[in-house]
Design a protein around this ligand. Structure first.
Ligand code: ATP
Length: 304
């Protein structure tokens, strides 16, 4: 068995007062063991629903779920010792102190990590005697991630772990996640931060409207789906018609305003060489192909 997670043809329907909501619509994906895997998608794409089904908190309406080759609904005891979830929101035990929470959580596992080690990882070492209710949003988030890691899970499921963290806390979290992945932990996180997905995740699945529309490393997806670099520049309005005509040899230019033009190209060197020979052209700007471009190409709509 090579995969930590195998989801096949998952469907999840929620009953709501205004009718059935189809949160997952034939979602299929596999997560290899080890490494950091990202579920990437806009609000409402179905990421949290997928994560909750993986840990057995929710039951799919149809389809199959295998976690280390087991069924999380039937083998819930086995799964609970090895698979952890950091939910998006949690209001557990607000009157307890941070240290008490970490100790209590660690007592639920057979081979927990050291409480002080996890507190240090999460930047909570000076807050161990503070009540959970008195933590800031970012501190609560760090505690929730710490609780998800303290049981030494084989598979840690993190639902938007960076949300609410400042840049330094986010960088510290990334370091911890990379360290755990190097040790062999499989980490699955959801995010709608495309930059986070690109720098942190070894592999991502792009989720859109309840389906996984593509899977691969961020660089693979960019290469496969994001079309070329966008070069934009200013041009003297009098020279615009000539420049546009000649530029068409490289692709279809887009006029942004009366003096700003952009063109998407795979042949950056030739376009730059052409433009730099023109005295009427100035202020070059290059936008490398990104996951955002790949997402738009894959889904046909903006990431929002
Ligand atoms: N308990 C629920 N009852 C009814 N509808 C729900 C429930 N949970 C989620 N949904 C709906 O299912 C769809 C998918 O939601 P989900 O929370 O899985 O998406 P998400 O990708 O995690 O979004 P976000 O990035 O905003 O957290 C949305 O349309 C949402 O409104």
């Amino acid at each position: 068995m090579n995969n930590a997670i195998e989801l096949k043809n998952l469907v999840k329907k929620y009953e709501t007062p205004s009718g059935l909501v189809k949160a997952l619509d034939d979602l299929t994906l596999a997560v290899p063991q080890g490494g950091i895997f990202g579920l990437l998608g806009p609000n409402g794409a179905g990421k949290s629903t997928t994560l909750e089904i993986i840990v057995g908190l929710r039951k799919a309406s149809a389809g199959t779920v295998r976690i280390f080759d087991r069924d999380p609904q039937r083998d819930s005891q086995w799964i609970r010792q090895r698979v952890s979830l950091q939910p998006q929101e949690s209001t557990i035990f607000p009157q307890e102190q941070v240290g008490e929470m970490l100790s209590f959580w660690s007592s639920l596992y057979d081979q927990p990590r050291d409480v002080n080690q996890v507190a240090t990882w999460m930047g909570l070492e000076d807050l161990l005697t503070r009540k959970v209710a008195k933590l800031s949003g970012g501190q609560k988030q760090r505690l929730n991630v710490g609780l998800a890691l303290i049981g030494r899970p084989k598979l840690a499921i993190l639902d938007e772990p960076s949300t609410g963290l400042d840049v330094m806390a986010r960088d510290d979290l990334w370091k911890v996640l990379r360290l755990l992945a190097e040790e062999g932990t499989t980490i699955v996180l959801s995010t709608h931060d495309l930059d986070e997905a690109r720098v942190l995740c070894h592999e991502v699945a792009v989720i859109d409207r309840g389906r996984a529309v593509a899977q691969g490393s961020p660089e693979e997806l960019i290469q496969k789906y994001a079309n070329g670099t966008v070069i934009s520049f200013r041009v003297n309005p009098d020279a615009m018609p000539d420049v546009l005509t000649e530029l068409r040899a490289f692709g279809e230019p887009e006029i942004e305003d009366e003096s700003m033009v952009s063109i998407r190209t795979d042949d950056t060197d030739s376009v730059i060489a052409f433009l730099s020979r023109r005295p009427t052209v100035s202020q070059f700007h290059m936008n490398e192909p990104s996951l955002h471009d790949a997402f738009i190409r894959l889904t046909g709509h903006e990431f929002e």
